[in-house]
Design a protein around this ligand. Structure first.
Ligand code: ZN
Length: 220
């Protein structure tokens, strides 16, 4: 009788433990599945990766877009309609203000955030291979802008370009599509396209010469 009672008392404890562990494992598996299956298609750590194999949905609109024309700005604008995320604008404003202090003037921002729908139009109007498919454009993140100066020689041959190449990382920007990296980025040299990733990541990429794809593969 005593033995039977002891056995009954001993039995439920491991069962409860077993069930608890299984529930925890299942919850963890669902949590991990969500994290790696869904989130990682967009974010690596806290850095948003967008390219032909990491696309944004038609409904993806960044938070806190600000119209650059309505903000104080140390750069020229090709249009009064250009928007970027607030953080990206703040970083670029600091950067172009510093450029101005260094007597580097004449930057013209030509493009910023582009909606999925706008990218559809751009893609439809472009020659094959010249524009990204909707969802695959980094402009949909609101973290990237295109810049140039008034020149007949190509932006990459100007002192303003040289200044950006030397200093953009100090403000959290990378040149996203460097020369001779098209096999990795999928996009040929774009001296005008800059992407905000934060000062720490930008500085590490500047020092190592890695593209965003390579950097995230090594640090993701
Ligand atoms: Zn661009």
């Amino acid at each position: 009788m005593a033995r039977k009672k002891n056995a009954r008392r001993a039995d439920p404890v491991p069962k409860i433990l077993f069930v608890s562990v299984m529930v925890a494992l299942l919850a963890a598996a669902f949590g991990l599945g969500w994290h790696f299956g869904v989130e990682s298609t967009r974010f690596k750590g806290n850095i948003l990766l967008v390219n032909a194999s990491h696309r944004l949905g038609a409904d993806y609109v960044p938070d806190e877009l600000v119209n650059l024309y309505q903000q104080r700005h140390s750069f020229r604008l090709a249009s009064s309609e250009i928007t970027l995320t607030r953080q990206t604008y703040a970083a670029m404003e600091s950067m172009f203000h510093a450029a101005e202090e260094a007597n580097m003037n004449g930057y013209i921002v030509t493009s910023g955030y582009r909606s999925y729908q706008r990218q559809q139009e751009v893609y439809a109007q472009s020659e094959p291979g010249k524009a990204q498919e909707p969802g695959a454009s980094e402009h949909q993140t609101g973290l990237a802008f295109d810049v140039t100066v008034e020149t007949g020689e190509g932006f990459e041959n100007t002192p303003q370009y040289a200044w950006l190449m030397e200093h953009a990382h100090e403000y959290g920007f990378i040149q996203r599509y460097p020369a001779n990296k098209a096999d990795i980025t999928g996009i040929s040299y774009e001296p005008w396209h800059y992407r905000y990733v934060g000062v720490e990541a930008a500085t590490r990429m500047y020092k190592t010469g890695l593209t965003l794809e390579e950097f995230l593969a090594a640090n993701g």
